[in-house]
Design a protein. Structure first.
Length: 624
């Protein structure tokens, strides 16, 4: 046995190593798909931004010189000049600004060389506030005079900003910026690539600049992840997938944790049986600091294929492991069978092909008083020669041309029994018989287990289990078993009619309530005595439950049964139960039909009893 366990352990280690490699292969497949989606998401957002790059650059090329000249002129101290310049700018560039807003532009602003707001086209009445104090981009362009692009929050809005420096005669005179909101970027992505997208921004980035009032007007915090918020205006574009993730789904806690780690990450999730990949890309602002998260949800069918291949590999290695383990077991079993067979066992064990005995254990030889297996083989043609056939259903030496072993093999679900005489005591003993195939030469290990005590106890318990403890008649379990057998016989033989009677004691609950359960039990026993004395010995009488009873009559017509039951009903009604009221019973009668089953016949007889109740109780009703 030690050798077998050693090899089995080695196989198990190989099996689990294979499972680990298969699992790692699936993980690698998942990670490859996720990495592809992250790369695709980066490409998508960059591609969408290139569209706005082009729009912004076209405007710069068209109006650069004009804007530079206007900002240069605004440096004059002539009274009223700045106001006139603002009015001209609004008049001349207003149409271009309005056309751009149709494409998603949300802000067009000019700044002078000191970083003060010179003109906001979306708020022309608000100007002169210094932006250097609050915005990195204005400080940076005022210092280095270089073009800037990226996400940044401002005093009134945040979004994707394009900030261009303006020069007049080589001198820096200020800058202007175009700002595109999240909605515009998401809409462009959906139009170009399909899928679903979203952008969430850190509250710590927005609140210091926007203030609580502007933040509450334009943003909504992400449920269960209050460190992030999204633009209310863009929310309708997120659709079900992103919107559910931005509310209070089970994934949001993990998402929030991932966002806080400031790393790009892709996760698989399933919705309505379809696999999707959620890509989370870190967005940095113009200063290179963490700004927010770009979300992309794309349908991905390859996960199903990866899982299918994973399951196939698992099944293959499991099958291979079990097959090798079985082969190892068979080899081991073949080697040690003789030694195991001769171990001291209480059961009688032998090796046989049904006609010839090859070997037997010590308990077998001692039971039959034989010194060794060779002597038994010389004296007996077959073990079946010692079968004692005293009861129907016991294993026979030969039946319908089949030997005893074939009878067992062809009926494995049946419990096989046989009887041997113990030569030591001279008593007959009952044995259960089990068979297991030993090798390809049709040799079988046969085990005879002494079940004499168990069989006798079982018969006693069975008899007790089928009786109602109060009345002594059969119980519901016995009735169901009996009815099932009668139904089978009725379908195959049709040799006689079978009638089912169901009855109960009228207003029995009132008797219990008024006189107590002790009197109720006494009435139940007396009614059973009356019925048992009236029905035929061949009739089956059982308690169905409570005060309900069943009678099965064989070989009688429904009319004949009704005649007998009427007499029984009258006898019960006339009996003196020593109560200050009459005790009566209602009866329902039906006969078995060719297409009946247990449910249909019980339903019909129950309805017949109901008919008797409806007719006023103390009645007999028949349903055909």
């Amino acid at each position: 046995m030690r050798e077998f366990y050693r090899y089995a352990l080695f196989l198990a280690l190989l099996y689990f190593a294979a499972l680990f490699l298969v699992y790692q292969d699936r993980v690698t497949g998942y990670e490859t798909i996720k990495a592809e989606h992250l790369s695709i998401s980066r490409e998508h957002i960059q591609s969408a931004q290139r569209i706005f790059d082009k729009l912004s650059l076209n405007f710069y090329n068209a109006w650069n010189d004009y804007l530079s000249r206007m900002l240069h002129m605004s440096r004059s101290s002539e009274p009223g000049l700045k106001r006139a310049i603002r009015e001209e700018l609004l008049s001349r560039l207003g149409p271009a600004y309005r056309n751009a807003t149709l494409l998603g532009l949300i802000q067009f602003q000019l700044h002078d060389r000191e970083g003060d707001s010179f003109l906001r086209f979306n708020h022309p009445d608000i100007y002169g506030d210094n932006l250097k104090k609050i915005r990195y981009s204005i400080r940076e362009i005022s210092k280095n005079h270089l073009f800037l692009k990226g996400f940044e929050a401002g005093r009134y809005i945040d979004g994707l900003r394009y900030i261009y420096p303006l020069f007049y005669d080589g001198e820096y005179v200020g800058s202007y910026e175009w700002v595109w909101d999240h909605e515009t970027l998401i809409r462009e992505l959906q139009k170009t690539y399909g899928g679903n997208y979203g952008i969430v921004v850190r509250r710590s980035v927005l609140l210091p600049l926007l203030g609580k009032r502007n933040f509450a007007a334009a943003y909504r915090s992400v449920s269960d992840c209050p460190a992030f918020a999204y633009q209310k205006k863009a929310y309708p574009l997120y659709k079900d997938y992103i919107a559910s993730l931005l509310k209070d789904t089970g994934e949001i806690e993990q998402l929030c944790s991932d966002w806080e780690k400031k790393k790009d990450k892709a996760e698989l999730f399933e919705k309505n049986g379809i696999h999707y990949v959620l890509s989370s890309l870190l967005i940095r602002d113009i200063a290179g600091k963490p700004y927010g998260i770009f979300l992309s949800v794309q349908r991905e069918n390859r996960f199903a294929e990866v899982n299918r291949i994973f399951r196939i590999k698992i099944l293959f290695f499991t099958f291979a492991f079990l097959l090798l383990l079985w082969i190892l077991y068979r080899i081991h079993y073949e080697k040690i069978f003789v030694r195991t067979l001769l171990d001291s066992q209480k059961d009688l064990i032998l090796l046989s092909n049904g006609k010839q005995l090859f070997d037997a254990n010590r308990a077998f030889l001692e039971f039959f008083g034989i010194e060794n297996a060779e002597k038994f083989i010389r004296e007996h043609r077959c073990i079946c020669d010692l079968f004692i056939q005293t009861e129907e259903g016991r294993l026979q030496s030969e039946k319908n041309g089949r030997d005893w072993l074939q009878q067992i093999l062809q009926n494995p679900e049946k419990k096989h029994r046989t009887i041997f005489r113990d030569r030591r005591s001279g008593a007959n003993r009952i044995f259960s018989v089990t068979v297991s195939r030993f090798d390809r030469r049709n040799r079988y290990v046969v085990i005879f287990r002494d079940v004499t005590t168990e069989e006798r106890e079982k018969e006693h318990i069975k008899s007790e289990a089928l009786r109602d403890h109060l009345t002594g008649i059969y119980n519901k379990r016995a009735f169901e078993h009996y009815l099932d057998g009668r139904l089978r016989d009725f379908r195959y033989y049709h040799h006689s009619t079978v009638v089912i009677i169901m009855f109960d004691i009228d207003l029995f609950k009132e008797i219990n309530d008024r006189y107590g359960h002790h009197w109720g039990d006494e009435i139940l026993k007396k009614v059973c005595n009356i019925v048992s004395g009236r029905i035929r010995k061949s009739d089956f009488f059982a308690r169905w439950g409570g005060d309900e009873f069943m009678i099965v009559m064989d070989g009688i017509t429904p009319e004949g049964a009704r005649h007998l039951i009427e007499k029984l009903r009258e006898e019960i009604a006339a009996y003196d139960f020593r109560l200050k009221r009459q005790v009566s019973c209602s009866f329902g009668i039906t006969a078995l039909h060719d297409d009946d089953n247990v449910v249909t016949v019980l339903d019909r007889v129950d309805k017949a009893l109901y008919d008797a109740k409806q007719a006023g109780r103390n009645r007999v009703a028949l349903r055909r």
